[in-house]
Design a protein around this ligand. Structure first.
Ligand SMILES: *Cc1c(COP(=O)(O)O)cnc(C)c1O
Length: 355
């Protein structure tokens, strides 16, 4: 399969003020589009083409049965104007893990990854340079057969769109208050919790809305069976520093294996911390806060990177973290990870690639 290039007549105007980018609102000139059809022998077309609306039958499977998964990663510009990506091969591999669970055709990982590199090179002028900004990359995979009946699709679109972004939270790196959800659940063992699929997000909206109405920015999910054990925060994994040790929920099948999570675990271990992946109950965290050993809490994810948590609300009780400000280790981990991503700190982990 060749990667074709379809030129745009006219390029869009780029955002003038990079401090007002927000997240996911502006899209670049081009997108990557791969097409699959069993009847045509599998993957049959790959194009870098103008960003444009899709034309699909209203009967397309994705609209009815949510056969869809996605990814999220970023391209960064270094101070020297070089273009960097962070562990993109892990995102593409994870996309295939999601695809497998959703009975979607396997993605040709190497071809897809190289095609993404080509897209980023074409669009490198869309990577913002103001500190903290980046080009968000959203691979999306959908089953499109025009057929209303429950089965796996035989035709697929796999595409990538790009969006220059600022900080994920408008409030910047200020600690957030998180609502611990005791009524709704996000995922259960045997379900799709470990995949990055739209269906998981649709199922999480109601809890998110209710938390917003109560004045909290995010929901912390507990396990779907006993409502006791900590899972993750919507689009972030979560970590606790208790009495000097870092704790994070183990990969149990119902949480996402975050690439930021994995990177932070490895960085913290390199810094000499003990990091333990295990089952953590909400009671344990509440007890740690009571006896003064709950030192820091933070979320990890590509969009928000490392995000300090200042307070958890559980069954109407407020659990305060440390002094409510950003923890020292949280800040150090944020600086180290973003340092590697933006090329300010040497990458001796083999995580980055210069395009
Ligand atoms: C994307 C995502 C994360 C974070 O994963 P990263 O690879 O670190 O970006 C965590 N939880 C969920 C549910 C996600 O969708």
């Amino acid at each position: 399969m060749n990667l074709e290039f379809v030129k745009r007549e006219q390029l869009k105007e780029k955002p003038q003020d990079e401090t007002k980018l927000g997240f996911g609102k502006v899209f670049s000139d081009y997108m990557l589009m791969l097409r699959y059809d069993e009847a045509k022998g599998g993957w049959y077309e790959a194009k870098i083409e103008p960003f444009q609306n899709l034309s699909l039958s209203p009967a397309s499977l994705v609209f009815h049965y949510a056969q869809e998964c996605f990814e999220g990663m970023k391209a960064y510009k270094t101070a020297d104007g070089e273009v960097m990506m962070f562990r993109p091969w892990d995102n593409i591999h994870r996309m295939n893990v999601s695809a497998e669970r959703l009975c979607m055709a396997p993605i040709p990982e190497e071809f897809f990854l190289n095609a993404i590199y080509e897209l980023i090179k074409v669009e490198k002028d869309w990577i913002p340079t103001t500190p903290g900004t980046s080009l968000y990359i959203r691979p999306t995979y959908i089953g499109i057969d025009p057929f209303v009946g429950v089965r796996a699709a035989s035709q697929y679109m796999l595409y990538v769109i790009l969006s220059p972004v600022g900080a994920y939270y408008a409030s910047g790196l200020a600690p957030v208050s998180i609502y611990v959800e005791s009524q709704y659940v996000r995922a259960v063992k045997g379900g799709t919790g470990y995949t990055k699929c739209g269906g998981n997000y649709a199922a999480s909206l109601k809890a998110g809305e209710e938390a917003h109405q109560r004045g909290y920015s995010q929901v912390l999910w507990l396990d779907g069976r006993e409502n006791k054990y900590i899972e993750e925060v919507g689009a972030m994994n979560i970590m606790f520093k208790i009495n000097g040790e870092i704790l994070t929920p183990e990969l149990n099948g119902s949480i996402l294996a975050g690439i930021t999570r994995d990177s932070i675990i490895k960085l913290a271990r390199k810094m000499g911390y003990t990091v333990t992946e295990r089952r953590i109950s909400m009671q344990e965290v509440a007890d740690a806060a009571k006896n003064g050993t709950l030192e820091e809490v933070w979320g990890t994810g590509t969009a928000a990177v490392v995000s300090p948590v200042g307070e958890l609300i559980w069954n109407g009780e407020s659990i305060k973290v440390g002094d409510g400000g950003m923890g020292k280790l949280t800040e150090e981990l944020y600086n180290t990870l973003t340092g590697i991503q933006y090329g300010r700190i040497a990458d001796d982990m083999g995580w980055t690639i210069k395009l």
